[in-house]
Structures are given as structure tokens and as C-alpha cells.
Design a protein around this ligand. Structure first.
Ligand code: 4HQ
Length: 229
């Protein structure tokens, strides 16, 4: 999968995605990450990419032209694929989005800064507006990295056998089960005996029951409308 990111801070995105399984996938070429800085496509003097909002008010707005020229440049190098704009006005990111998008060959994420982006760019060039949650962050970069991580880890080959996507929280629509490792005894606290039993079917049943019980207690909303609520 090839991921294009339009950002005024390309180093922030490349750095953030250089760690762990995602970093490895980029190094190996399984994932291709291309960052494009709209400042390089500003044709005005001082390479301005922001301007005052029409109608007045605080802050600056990202200009239409540098963003469109960046998209055009991407089209000359590769394909844009689905264009995603990170914004609190977007659809809330869900695991289902990530599973679906892992099947795409190309995706382009647009990161805003300042008070926002000229609405005409969003109307004319954005396929999907996505939010990572109901809070405000200072730029789209961290949100884009969240989307990229969550999508990329669903790609075949990104996770090793030690980090299976099937046992993750949400992969069965429920939260994950509790995990234990050495030591077997920590003060008064032991390990549930079934996990030491070697009975794989009993372990699986215990874990499924734990997943369901934890989801009922902590996130009952995840079970609404299913047969398990
Ligand atoms: N933004 N989910 C970028 C967000 C946000 C979110 C506010 C987007 C500021 C410049 N993005 N602008 N929540 O808070 O994606």
C-alpha cells in the first residue's frame, strides 16, 4: 500500500511512523510513505500557504491553491487514491474503516494546520472527512498517523505471528482479554489457573468469556444491537 501525506511538517509524520511494526513495514517496502509539503507548491512570494479568513476573525486559513497543486503533483508521481481530510467534523474513525481501507492500493491524507482549510478544497477534492475523536488537536498530523497506523497494521504481512490482528481489541467487535506473563506469583496475585493448564480449548473459552464480560462492563455500547448484549 502506498500512503501519501500532505503536511507542512513532513518530518513529524515520517518520524512518528518510523517505530515498531509500522517502521519495519516501511523499511521493508511493504508500505510506501510519501510526504508532500504544500509550501513547496506555493507560487506566491514568501511561499505563503495561509491567509486571513474572509469575514474576519482570529487565526489563519490554509489556502486552496498550494493544496491543489500538491494533489496535482502527487498525480504526476503516483495515484492519490482516496483523499482523506482529518477534521473534528469528520466521521469518527472505527476499526471497520481501517479493515476496509487496508485493501486499498493508494490513499492520500491531508493534514490541516491553523484555523482550518479553505472549504472549497474540502468540497472539491476530499473524498472522506475523518475525526480521531471529539477533542481538538493542533494539526492533522497526529490524526493522520493514527489512521495510518490503524490501517497499516491490518495489511497482510505488517504484523508478525507474535502480534496477531485477530486477537486485538475490536477484531471480534469486543475488547481484548486479560494477559499474564512471568512471574507466576506476584505477591498475593496469581495467574488464572486455566492459563497454566495447557488445555487450549478451555483457554480459548475462558478468553472469549473474559472478552465478553469486560466489554459488558466497560463498553456496553459495543454490544448494543448484537445477540450478546
Ligand atoms: N483537528 N481528528 C486539524 C482535529 C482532528 C480530530 C483540529 C484537525 C485542527 C488543524 N483531526 N485542525 N479531532 O482536532 O482529526
Amino acid at each position: 500500500m502506498e500512503l501519501n501525506v500532505i503536511t507542512l511538517f513532513p518530518e513529524m509524520v515520517k518520524q512518528t511512523l518510523s517505530y515498531g511494526v509500522i517502521g519495519k513495514a516501511i523499511e521493508s517496502g511493504l508500505l510506501k510513505l510519501n510526504c508532500f509539503n504544500p509550501r513547496e507548491f506555493a507560487e506566491n512570494k514568501h511561499n505563503r500557504v495561509d491567509d486571513k479568513p474572509f469575514g474576519g476573525g482570529a487565526g489563519m486559513v490554509m489556502m486552496y491553491d498550494p493544496l491543489v497543486r500538491t494533489l496535482e503533483h502527487i498525480s504526476t508521481k503516483t495515484e492519490t487514491g482516496m483523499v482523506v481530510f482529518l477534521s473534528p467534523q469528520g466521521e469518527k474513525l472505527q476499526q471497520a474503516h481501517c479493515n476496509e481501507w487496508a485493501g486499498l492500493s493508494h490513499m492520500t491524507l491531508v493534514c490541516g494546520r491553523y484555523e482550518g482549510v479553505d472549504q472549497r478544497f474540502i468540497d472539491q477534492h476530499v473524498d472522506k472527512e475523518i475525526s480521531i475523536g471529539d477533542y481538538v488537536i493542533s494539526g492533522g498530523e497526529m490524526a493522520a498517523c493514527v489512521v495510518i497506523d490503524a490501517v497499516a497494521r491490518q495489511q497482510q504481512g505488517v504484523l508478525g505471528s507474535d502480534e496477531s490482528a485477530e486477537t486485538d481489541s475490536f477484531m471480534n467487535g469486543k475488547l481484548g482479554y486479560p494477559q499474564y506473563t512471568r512471574s507466576e506469583i506476584l505477591g498475593q496475585s496469581g495467574v488464572p489457573s486455566v492459563l497454566l493448564s495447557g488445555h487450549h480449548e478451555a483457554i480459548k473459552q475462558w478468553r472469549d468469556a473474559q472478552s465478553l464480560a469486560i466489554t459488558k462492563r466497560k463498553r456496553p455500547d459495543l454490544l448494543e444491537g448484537t445477540s450478546e448484549s
